[in-house]
Ligand binder design. Structure first.
Ligand code: ADP
Length: 158
């Protein structure tokens, strides 16, 4: 049976840290579905449709990767896409505390799902979406942290 993993996140934006988790995950799984969670109560900085097409471009030569966006509970989306695994990255103990809680909840909702954690590659440990948003907001170039070229498009102002 095909091993499918859902890699859920906000990906606002998708970074080289995320790319590294996907590329390493491809050694473990037959297919990785990158799932961008939509959060009705939190506006994005990088628009969703723009991020979907940038991520698709970054993996255009990788047929085992696809990108979706979703509302609702991650565990239910995993079930819907046929994923028995959730893929997540761990940078530090703060990530661990957070991930520990959500992985328990996800298994409570969908008992067949296992979360697989990959430890960050050391050179990518400092890369975070929130820092990239702050840099970008104040006009600092961020391309070095991203696996695609950001086209100059207006971004939402929140
Ligand atoms: P969320 O909003 O769900 O935390 P993110 O988009 O911030 O989503 O991150 C998605 C996943 O990628 C999380 O598991 C996060 O810990 C992981 N991640 C983020 N940055 C890195 C990085 N530099 N190296 C490894 N994993 C990372």
């Amino acid at each position: 049976m095909k091993k499918i993993a859902l890699f859920p996140g906000s990906f606002d934006p998708f970074t080289k840290g995320h790319e590294d988790i996907v590329l390493r995950g491809l050694r473990l799984f037959d297919e990785i579905v990158i799932g961008i969670g939509r959060n009705a109560s939190k506006a994005r900085y990088f628009p969703l449709e723009q991020m979907i097409s940038l991520i698709e471009g970054a993996f255009q030569h990788e047929p085992a990767v696809r990108v979706i966006s979703y509302d609702g509970l991650t565990a239910n989306v995993a079930r819907d896409v046929g994923a028995k695994f959730l893929l997540r990255g761990l940078r530090n103990t703060t990530d661990f505390e957070y991930e520990n809680g959500i992985s328990q909840v996800n298994r409570y909702i969908y008992e067949d799902v296992e979360t697989v954690f990959l430890i960050t590659s050391p050179h990518l440990a400092p890369v975070s979406s929130s820092i990239i948003r702050d840099l970008h907001r104040y006009g600092q170039a961020v391309d070095t942290f991203l696996p695609y070229k950001l086209v100059d498009q207006p971004v939402s102002q929140q």
